[in-house]
Design a protein around this ligand. Structure first.
Ligand SMILES: [Mg+2]
Length: 226
């Protein structure tokens, strides 16, 4: 696979981070890791003038968003606009994943925390505000595309251990390609979604529960003398 490039606006956001090179870092996705994306999307789809639902039969959105009246899938060409509408209307209102704020608060005593989300850049501030309200007052990077290049840039200045959490196997693979040293954690909060996806071969942890994820990170840090 060809190397993916870092978008200029993502590079600028990363340049604005206040990174400590000697402190461990936890880089976490937001949707389905610290925020309940699927539940909010289902609610949004049900509220459209022509109601839709998410057919949770495979780990994908396109093809699985269906009209309630006919069960026909929403055409792929329309899914992008639908998701853009979702992020515009609902980003501020997603519920937190249970235990996420507590776990990250504990980890923040030993590590710097960055949220790396593929939220559209126009909703970056809304995402930040929503996370703050739920006790997760951490910097938010609005990424676009696979996450390997952004993670590689963030950790390039860091000598301490780095951890990456995401629910999407492609992002885990992308980070494995670009930053082999980063500990990769496949985390899927919604249990219905978790059943649809196998642990990616290149992850070091697979789960959907924050106390377990926190304990895993703490053991890794202790073993490496941090
Ligand atoms: Mg996600």
């Amino acid at each position: 696979m060809p190397p993916t490039e870092l978008h200029d606006d993502v590079a600028r956001q990363i340049a604005d981070l206040d990174i400590d090179p000697d402190r461990p870092i936890v880089i976490s996705d937001a949707d389905e890791v610290v925020l309940q994306f699927v539940a909010a999307l289902e609610d949004f789809l049900a509220a459209r003038p022509r109601a839709m639902f998410l057919d949770l039969s495979s780990f994908a959105l396109t093809g699985n968003i269906r009209y309630r009246d006919t069960s026909e899938p929403v055409p792929a060409a329309d899914v992008k606009a639908l998701l853009a509408g979702f992020f515009e209307e609902r980003t501020e209102h997603l519920s937190p994943v249970p235990g996420a704020a507590e776990a990250l608060a504990r980890l923040a005593a030993r590590a710097q925390i960055v949220i790396l989300s593929n939220v559209p850049i126009g909703q970056r501030d809304a995402r930040r505000r929503s996370l703050q309200r739920h006790g997760m007052d951490f910097p938010v990077i609005a990424n676009s595309g696979a996450k390997g290049p952004a993670v590689a840039r963030i950790v390039s200045a860091i000598t301490a251990p780095a951890f990456f959490l995401d629910d999407i196997p492609n992002n885990i693979a992308s980070v494995a390609r670009e930053s082999a040293e980063v500990v990769r954690m496949h985390f899927v909060a919604d249990p219905r979604l978790a059943r649809l996806v196998d642990p990616p071969p290149d992850c070091h942890f697979h789960g959907g529960d924050w106390p377990t994820a926190r304990a895993f990170i703490e053991v890794e840090l202790a073993e490496r003398g941090y």
